[in-house]
Design a protein around this ligand. Structure first.
Ligand code: NAD
Length: 315
């Protein structure tokens, strides 16, 4: 990619994800302009980002080649959308996960930017053909779906609209790589993209096993955190198959194909995730981690510390 330094990225929506994206792009040396439609919200976001960036520098966890001061000098907040978009070559939308809100944001943004500006959405599970349905030129539209928090969890799912030009996909891929994320290309739109399809498959089977009294909440979470999750932080399921038989994937299939099919065919229907089962599972998890802010915040903080450590280890 041609030198991107000095270029501007606009963030529309300055909540949890908007702030984290801003930090990611700052770490790559981009000028970042943050906009939010709630008065005062963008400037509160800036205050929070400043604090986080300074703390990260102190903890020697700051990403990128620039110091905290250098990164923060590239950051600004805006109460006016057109001002925030001025000069931007890439717009990352991070507003509420509501289709109508996103559709009207992109309609408004398109009226204020040139044809060449890439319009990117952070949506977790809305389809590109819906999100961009009010945009006239959809060839420059893309979903860049991060994982929370994108500063520590590097994966970004890039999902094209059916009309998105390959060059836009390539440009987003290069941008994400340049700022230190780990982009993947979803070749065509599909509900849940890849991450949530896999995540929901795991959640569904864990839920069924607990619901049917096969295992406790504590133990099914250990199956992931002390078992599968340990290696999945480094190698994916296909590589795992390849490594788990002496002669690789084909050998694995020879040995385990029938067993996999037998187990998979015993899976139950999609759970309802409500009623007595939900109440029981909730009770069990709350006995382990009470659902008050103090306990939940402490666990989140611990999670983020471990993610930070893991991110450092994987560098
Ligand atoms: P959030 O509620 O923390 O922040 C949303 C922000 O958007 C708020 O500051 C709000 O004032 C602002 N906003 C709402 N409407 C707006 C508009 N029309 N114009 C400008 N600003 C507007 O939400 P979040 O968790 O940051 O999620 C943002 C997006 O990121 C959602 O699409 C969500 O699905 C996606 N996402 C979230 C996560 C996550 O775990 N939180 C992970 C991946 C993707």
């Amino acid at each position: 990619m041609a030198s991107s330094k000095g270029k501007t990225i606009a963030i529309v929506g300055s909540g949890l994800i908007g702030r984290s994206w801003a930090m990611v792009f700052l770490s790559g040396g981009y000028k970042v302009k943050v906009y939010d439609n709630q008065p005062g919200q963008a400037s509160r976001a800036i205050t929070d980002i400043r604090k986080q960036v300074e703390e990260l520098q102190e903890a020697q966890m700051l990403r990128g080649k620039l110091s905290a001061t250098e990164q923060l000098s590239l950051l600004s907040s805006h109460e006016d959308l057109s001002q925030a978009l001025e000069g931007a070559f890439f717009v990352q939308e991070c507003v509420f996960e509501e289709l109508e809100a996103k559709k009207s944001v992109f309609q408004a943004v398109e009226k204020l930017v040139g044809e060449e500006v890439v319009l990117s959405s952070s949506t977790s599970c809305l389809m590109p053909s819906n999100v961009f349905s009010l945009v006239q030129n959809r060839t420059r539209c893309i979903i860049s779906h991060p994982v929370n928090p994108p500063y520590y969890v590097r994966l970004v799912e890039l999902v094209p609209h059916p009309e998105t030009l390959p060059v836009v996909m390539d440009m987003a891929y290069e941008l994400m790589t340049e700022v230190g994320q780990a982009p993947v290309r979803i070749r065509k739109e599909i509900d849940g993209f890849a991450l949530n399809r896999v995540q929901y498959a795991i959640i569904a089977e864990c839920w069924r096993l607990v619901k049917d009294g096969v295992i406790s909440v504590k133990d099914i979470d250990l199956v992931m955190s002390e078992g599968l999750g340990m290696r999945y932080a480094f190698i994916g399921p296909i590589e795992t198959m390849h490594l788990n038989a002496p002669e690789g994937l084909e050998d694995y299939l020879r040995r385990y194909r029938e067993g996999m099919k037998r187990v998979l065919s015993s899976f139950g229907p999609v759970p309802e995730f409500d009623g007595e089962a939900a109440a029981r599972i909730n009770k069990e998890i709350c006995e382990l981690i009470p659902n008050d802010q103090e306990h939940l915040s402490a666990r989140r903080e611990r999670r983020d510390q471990l993610l930070m450590g893991l991110a450092k280890l994987k560098k």
